[in-house]
Design a protein around this ligand. Structure first.
Ligand SMILES: [Zn+2]
Length: 63
C-alpha cells in the first residue's frame, strides 16, 4: 500500500480534503485540471466558435 500522502506537496492527507492535505492543495489540483481542460477545449472549439461568432457580431453592429 502506498503512503497516504498529498499528491501535490507530499504531506499527510487530511480526511476532509483527501486525496490532498488541505484545501490549498486541492485548489492547486483543481486549477491544473481546469487549465488543461480549457486549453484542450480552446483548441478544439476554435474554428466552430469563430464561424458562429462572425455573423452574430455583424447583426449586433448593424443598427
Ligand atoms: Zn498538500
Amino acid at each position: 500500500m502506498p503512503d497516504p500522502t498529498c499528491p501535490i506537496c507530499g504531506a499527510r492527507r487530511d480526511p476532509h480534503f483527501r486525496p490532498f492535505c488541505s484545501k490549498h492543495c486541492a485548489d492547486i489540483d483543481l486549477g491544473r485540471w481546469m487549465l488543461g481542460r480549457y486549453a484542450v477545449a480552446a483548441v478544439e472549439e476554435d474554428d466552430p466558435d469563430r464561424a458562429d461568432l462572425a455573423p452574430r457580431s455583424d447583426e449586433d453592429a448593424g443598427p
